[in-house]
Design a protein around this ligand. Structure first.
Ligand code: ADP
Ligand code: MG
Length: 286
């Protein structure tokens, strides 16, 4: 039977916008010693904005943006939203055979030309040689190629959530020995955000299955492993972790269903709060 105090813990969590899918997860949260954290939408707002456009090889900035936006029309990724909202009234092109590859980008055919839009790895994988761009900032770079010619780069940036830094500090104080950020974004952005937040470990350029394998390895060697993500591509890792947390603010239904703990706001500070509630419940039960 479940000690009565656990219902108090679940109730206290729920009053704070934290839904626990069972009393076991109070124990797991209390014991958690390793936490993996997604970047986009979890520690950052997931609200990218276009900062700059660098067109190359005879393409204009306008052509570049129109092509990228055309390819992104069907995508719900935060990158796609940024590119689409940067267009102003351009008529988008019809895209055939549009295909989105999770953690990489999108490709398709426009006017019988093959268009590839995505990160560096995605373009290299398509045999496209990238011309150096002139951006120095730690931004996310979305490259565009037309029939294997690098047509240019769109620089986009996100913002760190106001309570991310405090949340990381509190989790460290609570004795969570290893806190690591996992991201598909480039390592320079990842390193920049990690240093702003005081995170000791941060891994970038990861594909969704590489995130999965990192968590899998930690499960084999650590005590209790948590993962927190915002839901875009994160459902399998959330299921895998001992404690899978979903930031429910913008999370997909699939993630909310698979998560053990659902944070109903977009505030990372709810993670240490959940851990606090777990410790408090344990003290009053035992
Ligand atoms: P994160 O780990 O930060 O949540 P994702 O794994 O979703 O990021 O994506 C990793 C990277 O793949 C993005 O930073 C972007 O460069 C590229 N990417 C993903 N989806 C798209 C898309 N629809 N269009 C262009 N690039 C994309
Ligand atoms: Mg993500």
């Amino acid at each position: 039977s479940i000690p009565l105090g656990y219902f108090g813990g679940i109730g206290a969590a729920s009053q704070n916008g934290i839904l626990l899918k069972g009393s076991d997860f109070l124990d797991q949260l209390r014991k958690m010693d390793t936490l993996f954290v997604d970047k986009t939408g979890t520690l950052t707002k997931g609200n990218f904005e276009v900062q700059d456009i660098n067109s190359l090889n005879g393409f204009s900035k306008d052509e570049l943006l129109t092509l990228a936006a055309s390819l992104e029309q069907q995508s719900t990724h935060p990158v796609a939203k940024a590119i689409l909202s940067a267009t102003n009234g351009q008529i988008l092109k019809t895209v055939h055979d549009q295909q989105e590859v999770s953690g990489k980008g999108v490709k398709g055919i426009v006017d019988q030309q093959e268009i590839v839009v995505g990160n560096r790895g995605f373009l290299l994988q398509h045999g496209i040689q990238l011309d150096e761009n002139s951006f120095a900032e730690p931004h996310t770079f979305i490259h565009v190629a037309v029939d294997r010619t690098h047509a240019g780069t769109i620089s986009i940036a996100d913002q760190i959530k106001p309570d991310s830094k405090q949340a990381v500090a509190k989790l460290k104080e609570q004795g969570i020995g290893q806190i690591a950020m996992l991201s598909g974004d480039n390592q320079r952005v990842v390193d920049y955000i990690a240093s702003e937040l005081g995170l000791d470990e941060a891994y970038g350029d990861l594909l969704p299955d590489e995130k999965y394998r990192r968590v899998e390895r930690a499960l084999a060697s650590s005590g209790t492993v948590g993962f927190v993500g915002d839901g875009i591509n994160d459902a399998p890792v959330i299921t895998l972790a001992d404690v899978g947390l979903a930031m429910g603010g913008i999370g997909s239904d699939a993630t909310i269903e698979t998560a053990d703990v659902v944070i109903q706001t977009d505030q990372p500070s709810k993670i240490p709060l959940a851990v606090d509630i777990a410790h408090f419940t344990h003290r009053i039960v035992w």
